[in-house]
Design a protein around this ligand. Structure first.
Ligand code: HEC
Length: 163
């Protein structure tokens, strides 16, 4: 009889120990699971950053492009290069008639000293903008969606007409 009671209390003690052990194990598993989840989340964030940065588009962009004007399947990410005449649309408001100190296209006298600075300076001033003594030349004429090459083409276009 007493032996049976001993067995019962041994069982009770074991039972309680088991419950404590299982509770502790559960807590440990929960901590590990949340650590794993935060690792996955941070890797998902990293991946989203990479995808958003456009580096994938750059990596899978075609190596070469046809430049014959008819079949230009330009990838979205690549900036479009306009002809000088097309890009000049963003310049004509000021340079068409010479508003606010802008040297007018075709005004040879107004352009000669500017042209003598060299193309690189003209490109730099047109792309990045500058404050001169005659007025403010806004970067890319204020049309920041123009690619650098489009702006250079517009400069060449204006210079050609102003020699
Ligand atoms: C809001 C008016 C405005 C627009 C639009 C504008 N410009 Fe100008 N630009 C100026 C002014 C003003 C100057 C003269 C600044 C000075 O020398 O004081 C100037 C000067 C220049 C010069 C001469 C730079 C030098 O070093 O002498 C170039 C080249 C030029 N612009 C290119 C462009 C091109 C290309 C565009 C279009 C993409 C454009 N500009 C659009 C106002 C404008």
């Amino acid at each position: 009889m007493s032996e049976e009671q001993m067995n019962d209390s041994t069982f009770n003690r074991l039972f309680i120990i088991m419950i404590v052990v299982m509770t502790v194990l559960t807590a440990i598993i929960m901590v590990l699971a949340s650590m794993a989840a935060s690792d996955v989340n941070s890797r998902l964030d990293e991946r989203a950053d990479i995808e958003n940065s456009g580096s994938i588009a750059a990596r899978i962009a075609p190596v070469g492009e046809l430049a014959n004007g008819t079949a230009q399947a330009a990838p979205k990410a690549a900036p479009v290069t306009l002809s000088g005449e097309e890009a000049y649309v963003s310049c004509v408001a000021c340079h068409g008639s010479g508003i606010a100190g802008a040297p007018a296209t075709g005004d040879v006298a107004a352009w000669s000293t500017r042209i003598s600075q060299g193309s690189e300076t003209l490109y730099d001033h047109a792309i990045n903008g500058y404050q001169g003594s005659a007025g403010l030349m806004p970067a890319k004429g204020g049309n920041t969606s123009l690619s650098d090459d489009s702006v250079k083409a517009a400069v060449d276009y204006m210079v050609e007409k102003s020699r």
